[in-house]
Design a binder for this molecule. Structure first.
Ligand SMILES: Cc1cc2nc3c(=O)[nH]c(=O)nc-3n(C[C@H](O)[C@H](O)[C@H](O)COP(=O)(O)O)c2cc1C
Length: 183
């Protein structure tokens, strides 16, 4: 049985982030040959092209962790109808120097939770745009726009009963997507 390591990037630094809670819960729906590595992005400096030749240790670590993964999961907040700056900063860091992107060809899935009723569709659409440029094949369906309701993640840190079937279907499709596209 092939083993797959997935880098999980959360687009929120908030301590009690709903998206981070979701990122911990969603991985419980994966098969045993999939393992998940949360990627820290809060310690990255602001991206500055002048530093490309001499990247910070946190930037080197980020790129190493992305390169070691066979797939990616982005679980992101929506800020002002787009992706949070911290996530874009991380994406930019791992995309450079030109020609040395760590993202190239890594299959990805996107999930989001927000407090708003219309969810995070615009943030996800912006993220898809960025990932398309970076040559990241991204699972299209089902789209996952979740509202932070009581019980979305239960007391044990698992996906709650109301969303479980939907998110298990997402995970099953994501697993198939990674198997098809892993480089
Ligand atoms: C700067 C800022 C901008 C926000 N903009 C949006 C938005 O455009 N759409 C939305 O649904 N929620 C928006 N929110 C509310 C977030 O959905 C909410 O703060 C959520 O908890 C963020 O995710 P997290 O819990 O993972 O940090 C915004 C919050 C902040 C702090």
């Amino acid at each position: 049985m092939n083993l797959y390591q997935i880098a999980v990037i959360v687009g929120s630094l908030r301590h009690a982030s709903f998206n981070r809670q979701l990122s911990h819960a969603i991985v419980k729906l994966a098969p045993p040959n999939f393992t998940f590595k949360p990627v820290t992005i809060g310690d990255l400096p602001l991206y500055n092209q002048d530093d490309d030749a001499n990247p910070a240790e946190s930037v080197k670590r980020l790129k190493t962790e992305i390169r070691a993964a066979q797939g990616l999961i982005f679980v992101t907040a929506e800020y002002n109808r787009s992706i949070p700056g911290v996530l874009k900063n991380a994406i930019d860091h791992a995309s450079r120097p030109y020609g040395e992107s760590a993202w190239d060809g890594k299959p990805a899935g996107i999930l989001s939770v927000s407090v708003g009723a219309i969810g995070t569709s615009l943030a996800q659409q912006h993220l898809r745009n960025v990932l398309a440029y970076l040559d990241v094949p991204t699972l299209c369906q089902p789209e996952v726009f979740l509202q932070a309701t009581e019980g979305l993640v239960d007391q044990t840190g698992s996906i709650g009963a109301d969303s479980k079937e939907f998110l298990q279907d997402w995970m099953n499709r994501y697993v198939a997507w990674v198997k098809t596209h892993a480089v």
